[in-house]
Design a protein around this ligand. Structure first.
Ligand code: SF4
Length: 421
């Protein structure tokens, strides 16, 4: 393994294929590419430090306002800094700016915003309790539909797909409203393919209060220019697009859909047109996880100007049920190395930020299971996360009561990893 990693170190990104040739241009997207200036920038060096100083002063003011004491405020901020550093494994050498907001993670709201302040106050409360009400959760994954035209290898909703819907539009709105009432920073709306239910999706986002951010998790299907514009107008912050290989044919085969790669490229284009935050998400299978593949994928992500790349480890659930898909220590150390290289090595400052849950899980514990997040599947069952089938209770029953969903799930949820604080 060491030899393989040393050899991999020598692979230069300039060896990556010319992706411009691979990137299909349809819907007249090519010409527009030259006209629209996507308002996204990766900040590093002095630019990043300047924003960090401004954000730091803002946090200090917020902490003093909440605790009425400079000593307590400094103590809490110091703990947050150390906690973040220990979870991430270091301090990132870059910050993402999209549409005048700054993001260090896909799962933390952009600064400056009300959603960011509420999120931070929730973190304050975990360290030194506040008297006021704070966010209970940071984000939820919410599968709003069972419909999907794709047949992905790793689909965790496989057993629910293309059955009759569990949620009416009214119920979708009621779920969003319940979590907003309890305090939440982000909704990540998934499915099925949520873009199949575009009209309801727009309405759910439009009626949600603006103290939370909304993301759509899509294969790119139906993420047309018009739909992207409607979602943005409704209040969408960003989009997480699944791209499971840099090679179009390999991606399409993984997704069981011959036009999927084209859909991904069009979705990225249309999201850029709307100045949305864009993340790519990849299931890093055993076959895919080599250094060369990871770096080629990173080169494509950089070229596509996405802000984040999310690495999801395959789990033996849904379509993968009963299959030998779990990664081993060799894969973990390669993925850790990739995560560190892209996020902390200044030579890769102009690459997207890597989100790798596996790294944090194995070191800091689990942030799901009602700690900071949970998953509502397309039947309405509340699970610890999309990958741990812990079906606890149905959210449709919970919204009729004043049940504390997060606290109940903490008791009934997944115990594979101990919860983080
Ligand atoms: S993973 Fe998503 S896009 Fe793929 S089949 Fe399942 S629901 Fe559809």
């Amino acid at each position: 393994m060491q030899d393989e990693m040393k050899a991999a170190d020598k692979i230069s990104v300039s060896n990556a294929p010319n992706y411009a040739a691979l990137t299909p241009v349809v819907n007249g997207a090519g010409n527009k590419n030259n006209l629209h200036q996507y308002d996204m920038k990766i900040l590093t060096g002095h630019e990043q430090k300047w924003v960090d100083i401004k954000a730091g002063l803002h946090l200090l003011k917020l902490a003093i306002k909440n605790y009425g004491s400079v000593t307590k405020a400094v103590k809490v901020l110091k703990e947050i800094y150390l906690f973040k550093k220990s979870v991430l494994g270091g301090i990132q050498t870059k910050l993402i700016k999209v549409n005048n907001k700054y993001y260090h993670s896909l799962y933390a709201p952009g600064y400056p915003s009300k959603a960011f302040d509420n999120y931070i106050e929730g973190e304050f409360h975990r360290i030194l309790p506040l008297k006021k009400k704070t966010n209970i959760l940071t984000f939820i994954f919410f599968a709003i539909t069972k419909k999907c035209p794709l047949q992905c290898e790793h689909c965790f909703e496989w057993n629910n797909l293309n059955k009759s819907e569990s949620f009416s539009l009214t119920e979708l709105k009621a779920v969003v409203s319940k979590f907003q009432h309890d305090g939440i920073a982000q909704f990540h709306l998934s499915g099925g393919e949520p873009m199949v239910r575009i009209k309801d999706l727009v309405q759910v986002i439009a009626t949600g209060e603006k103290q939370s951010e909304f993301y759509v998790l899509t294969s790119g299907f139906n993420f047309t220019a018009a739909n992207a514009a409607s979602l943005k107008q409704a209040g969408l912050t960003g989009v997480v697009i699944s791209l499971d290989h840099f090679d179009p044919e390999m991606h399409n085969a993984f997704r069981g859909f011959s036009n999927s790669y084209n859909d991904v490229m069009n979705a990225i284009h249309n999201a850029r047109e709307q100045n949305l935050v864009i993340a790519l998400s990849i299931c890093v299978t055993r076959a895919f996880t080599t250094w060369d593949n990871l770096m080629q994928y990173a080169a494509l992500a950089k070229k596509l100007k996405v802000s984040f790349v999310q690495l999801l480890e395959p789990k033996a659930v849904g379509h993968y049920q009963g299959k030998e898909v779990l990664l081993d220590e060799t894969h973990f150390s390669l993925l850790d190395k990739f995560y560190f290289t892209l996020n902390f090595d200044k030579a890769y400052n102009n690459y997207p930020v890597i989100i790798y849950h596996g790294y944090h899980l194995r070191r800091a514990g689990c942030f799901s299971g009602g700690n900071r997040s949970l998953y509502i599947d397309s039947e309405g069952y509340v699970n610890a996360c999309p990958f741990c089938n812990t079906k606890s209770f149905n959210i449709k029953d919970a919204i009729k009561t004043s049940l504390d969903v997060a606290a109940t799930l903490k008791i009934t949820g997944c115990r594979v990893y101990e919860n983080a604080r």
